[in-house]
Design a binder for this molecule. Structure first.
Ligand code: ADP
Length: 242
């Protein structure tokens, strides 16, 4: 897959070819500007590739699809709506939500660890809690392909690590297929079944690294020799572009 901008003068992606298996967790790691977000937006159907083909569930992607949903660094919650009303938004867009949708929203908030905050407003929630609401809203769409663009990148390191553990649990529970973008090598490895290592523009998938670490994973795995070998392998591919 190739993507150029500005009449072809900016090559953002070049020959970025890959397959993702159902239920897999893929981390896309690479330096800023290597085309990670561009690749994700093409998968989301928000951008068209300049050359090449992309299919999801065996169907060509020609625009946004109901089985693919994307989440960004900012939670973008509506300030005047409670957490559960924010989670219900995707259901409102596709019709009038009934009791089943409402129950689903409450269940998803519970899954995201926010059982006691369903009726709180965003301003009453910490940054990490707001991203949990955004994650519940993402799952409310019913999409089974989740695209996460540095979802916890704006949070402090402790909150981020905690949310990564939660994300791993939640994506495992809902059995989603997940593409997770980050420029943090440790985070990429900790979460993934496979890491796609991207090199600077024109963005290419330079290497696909299998992460055979057993699950469930605890953050303490990050100090093991196996983990550090994987970090070294990814780092070597990035070649001095952290
Ligand atoms: P990353 O997510 O890895 O930081 P991006 O996918 O955002 O990288 O960007 C990849 C490259 O494509 C960058 O050089 C960026 O400047 C360029 N680019 C992205 N979007 C546009 C656009 N709409 N117009 C022109 N250039 C763009």
């Amino acid at each position: 897959m190739t993507k150029t901008f500005a009449n072809g003068s900016v090559v953002a992606l070049q020959g970025a070819d890959f397959d993702v298996r159902p239920g897999e967790f893929i981390s896309l790691v690479g330096p800023s500007g290597c085309g990670k977000s561009t690749l994700l937006r093409i998968v989301a159907g928000l951008l068209e590739s300049s050359a090449g083909e992309l299919s999801v569930h065996g169907e060509s992607v020609t625009g946004p699809r109901s089985d693919v949903a994307m989440m960004f660094q900012k939670p973008t919650l509506l300030a005047w709506r409670t957490a559960v009303e924010n989670v219900l938004l995707p259901s409102e867009i596709s019709g009038k939500p009934g009791p089943a949708e409402r129950k689903k929203a409450l269940d998803l908030l519970e899954l995201a660890g926010l059982k006691d905050f369903a009726f709180s407003f965003p301003s009453q929630l910490s940054g990490g809690m707001q991203q949990r609401v955004a994650l519940a809203r993402l799952l409310q769409t019913g999409a089974d392909v989740l695209l996460l663009d540095e979802p916890f990148g704006a949070l402090d390191e402790f909150t981020r690590e905690h949310l990564n553990v939660e994300l791993m649990r939640i994506t495992g529970e809902v059995k989603s297929t997940t593409l997770f973008v980050t420029h943090n090598i440790g985070e990429a490895i900790f979460l993934a079944d496979r890491v796609f290592v991207m090199t600077p523009r024109p963005g290419q998938i330079a290497k696909i690294v299998d992460i055979p670490l057993p699950r469930p994973r605890d953050p303490s795995i990050q100090v093991t020799p196996e983990f550090n070998e994987l970090v070294a392998e990814v780092r070597a591919t990035l070649g001095g572009h952290p």
